[in-house]
Design a protein around this ligand. Structure first.
Ligand SMILES: Nc1nc2c(ncn2[C@@H]2O[C@H](COP(=O)(O)OP(=O)(O)O)[C@@H](O)[C@H]2O)c(=O)[nH]1
Ligand SMILES: [Mg+2]
Length: 413
């Protein structure tokens, strides 16, 4: 075995030199800071097994892994820099930090990954225990509020939001009063936009994820308006160039209802189409569904909002979507100018708190809601009272009590 010495001005350069000369599979025996740079010792040729055992308990460190560990440069370089020379170690390193023993940088990726995993487990365990302790403490100090918290959790209200809501309920109220106050706070947070489309007409667009019911809702709104004012007073634009047969879906409806349907292949065609249909008292734009993190989703919403006369755009949300998914959708368009949202599939949802929580947190007013597939019958103006009543009757019918673990999330750190 041959031990080779490398010297470079920085740790990164030294590692790069080693990699170029010896390839990625090399045993690094030690590293240390010396005057003017870093010195690394590597083993070449047949390596003494005892040496391997001493320096690499699990696997051979690879240069690439060392480089990986060196990223992000600032953090890891600081660690590398902190690695003392053998002589200096005893003098300079406080006892608690002597993990770089004898100036050796432990670069074994497997060991680091294992340690990271264990630390993450300990962290999760601590967080869980602390939130449990906080919850039990809260329960003994504020029994009424904790009772309210359980009720909200059973309805599916997101734990953190539930905690904010009960914090606004005064302590001295009896249970009936406290519950009424809780519902009043929920009703105030659940904003509603009164009949924006059907009452006065105008130009509107519907956007949202795939399959939430955008096209069905577009058809329902168009049919309702046509019934009240005549089918020639409304036109539809199908901008869904993504889903197979999407244009066709709306065209068939248009033929049946006697409503004009125009299709566009991309958003560049929108301004011309809008100007063609400028005399229609109601113009509805149906759009393709995108996953929330798809840049085309934001682009679509931004394009609709950036027209010469911005088009009020409504986010269509399905009540059957779970809280993290729906919060991800509302989060993706949080910075866009949306006029509000519409909530579909209320008939299919077994719990309503998750969707309502995400809506309340987004601040988007609800304009319409639908609880069925029938065009145009299954469409109603949104009402906070009706939504909350539905949420509570679903909660009452739910077979399970809210799990303590769910409520403890309200106290998660
Ligand atoms: N149960 C129920 N189904 C709905 C509702 N709204 C839409 N749907 C159905 O959901 C499916 C997808 O609807 P669609 O309008 O094509 O969704 P889009 O991809 O967002 O345009 C269709 O089968 C609709 O009939 C609703 O309120 N309740
Ligand atoms: Mg559609």
């Amino acid at each position: 075995m041959k031990v080779r010495r490398y010297f470079a001005s920085s740790m990164r350069n030294a590692l790069e030199m080693i990699r170029q000369e010896q390839g990625p599979d090399v045993l690094i025996l030690s590293n240390r800071r010396v005057e003017g740079g870093f010195e690394l010792l590597t083993a070449e040729g047949d390596v003494d097994p005892k040496l391997i055992e001493k320096f690499t308990p699990k696997a051979k460190p690879r240069v690439q892994e060392v480089l990986d560990d060196a990223e992000p440069a600032a953090a890891a370089q600081a660690r590398v820099d902190a690695a003392p020379s053998p002589a200096a170690a005893a003098r300079e390193t406080p006892v608690g930090q002597r993990h770089f023993r004898d100036g050796v940088l432990w670069t074994n990726q497997e060991t680091i990954t294992q340690m990271q995993g264990e630390l993450a487990n300990i962290k999760a365990l601590l967080q869980q225990q602390l939130s449990g302790i906080a919850w039990h403490d809260f329960e003994s100090r504020s029994p009424e509020r904790s009772r309210l918290l359980r009720l909200l959790a059973k309805a599916g209200i997101a734990p953190q939001l539930a905690r904010q809501i009960v914090a606004d309920v005064p302590e001295h109220l009896d249970h009936q009063q406290a519950w009424r106050r809780t519902l009043a706070i929920l009703a105030a947070r659940l904003r509603v936009r009164q009949d924006p489309v059907l009452s006065g007409g105008g130009r509107f667009a519907l956007c949202g994820a795939t399959g939430v019911g955008k096209t069905t809702l577009t058809a329902k709104l168009a049919a309702r308006y046509a019934l009240a004012h005549g089918s020639d007073k409304v036109a539809l634009i199908s901008a869904d160039d993504q889903r197979l047969g999407a244009h066709q879906q709306l065209k068939i409806f248009g033929r049946l209802a006697g409503i004009a349907v125009h299709t566009i292949r991309n958003l560049h065609e929108l301004p011309d189409c809008l100007s063609l249909l400028r005399d229609k008292p109601l113009l509805l734009i149906d759009s393709p569904g995108f996953p929330p993190d798809d840049p085309r989703f934001q682009e679509l919403v931004a394009t609709l909002g950036n027209q010469t006369r911005p088009i009020p755009t409504y986010l269509v949300l399905s009540a059957t979507t779970d809280y993290p998914s729906i919060a991800r959708i509302t989060g993706a368009v949080a910075n866009e100018r949306l006029a509000g949202c519409m909530l579909t599939k209320l008939d299919e949802a077994a719990i309503l708190g998750p969707a309502l929580s995400a809506i309340m947190e987004s601040g988007l007013p609800v304009a319409y809601m639908s609880a069925g597939q029938h065009v145009p019958d299954d469409l109603e103006q949104a009402s906070a009272k009706a939504l909350l009543q539905r949420m509570l009757s679903l909660a009452a019918a739910a077979p399970l009590r809210a799990e303590a673990a769910v409520i403890e999330q309200a106290f998660a750190i």
